[in-house]
Design a binder for this molecule. Structure first.
Ligand SMILES: [Fe+2]
Length: 229
């Protein structure tokens, strides 16, 4: 099982990375909108907001009574385990079309990965001390590069017992997870990131900015990507 895998790709997409870091820092300083990076709508934002505000009426309206009850138990287990922490919010951005086309060309040329598998993405995590254990909604794997960080650690988990996955919100039962691997991602190190497995991000304080560039794969999982790299 690969939770992540470092890949040596010297100078890969350096220009795009430099531009994206500069643009992301402009957004951190001046806010949105930005002339080059386009903020995506947050998926699952309704349910996530409801969960972080412990608003289970809204959760019940979206997911029904049975699932809401499961979620409530899981959220309280998280609160018991981690305390009431300041959550990290991730904003996701699309890059300009010209840059996106170039990235897709490179992925095809170097790894023979089809253009329509690849979506470049910039993510900004400004403030907050923790991203609770979760797994991806839309993607299973990405080629990931940290552009700027504060020494946050990323933990991946394995399940000690299986539990129901509730489609509306990918929130695990933390009493049935244990840390499988922990890694402080390094700036400018390319790696394959397994979004399919439960993972969390931990920052030493609730102040700081984490910016990353990535290429999300539409259908491929980490093993399928490893075969091509
Ligand atoms: Fe994630």
């Amino acid at each position: 099982m690969h939770y992540f895998k470092n890949i040596e790709l010297p100078n890969f997409l350096d220009e795009a990375k430099t531009d994206c870091l500069r643009w992301a820092e402009e957004i951190v300083e001046h806010g949105n909108p930005h002339s080059s990076l386009t903020l995506r709508n947050r998926t699952h934002s309704k349910i996530n907001n409801a969960v972080s505000e412990l608003d289970f009426k809204t959760v019940t309206a979206i997911a029904g009574t049975r699932k809401s009850r499961i979620l409530k138990q899981r959220v309280y287990k998280m609160v018991r385990k981690y305390g009431e922490v300041d959550r990290i919010v991730i904003d996701q951005y699309d890059v300009p079309t010209k840059m996106s086309d170039h990235v897709k060309d490179e992925m095809l040329r170097l790894f023979n990965i089809p253009r329509d598998e690849c979506t470049p993405i910039v993510q900004i995590q400004n403030g907050g001390e923790m991203l609770h254990p979760h797994h991806g909604h839309g993607r299973q794997a990405s080629l990931f590069c940290l552009l700027k960080g504060e020494g946050e650690s990323t933990r991946w988990y394995k399940e000690t017992e299986s539990f129901e996955i509730v489609d509306e919100f990918h929130i695990p039962d933390v009493s049935k997870l244990e840390i499988a691997v922990e890694n402080v991602l390094q700036e400018n190190q390319w790696l394959l990131f397994n979004h399919r497995e439960w993972h969390s991000v931990h920052r030493k304080s609730n102040v700081g900015v984490r910016i990353n560039f990535g290429i999300d794969f539409k259908t491929m999982n980490i093993n399928e990507v490893i075969e091509r790299t």
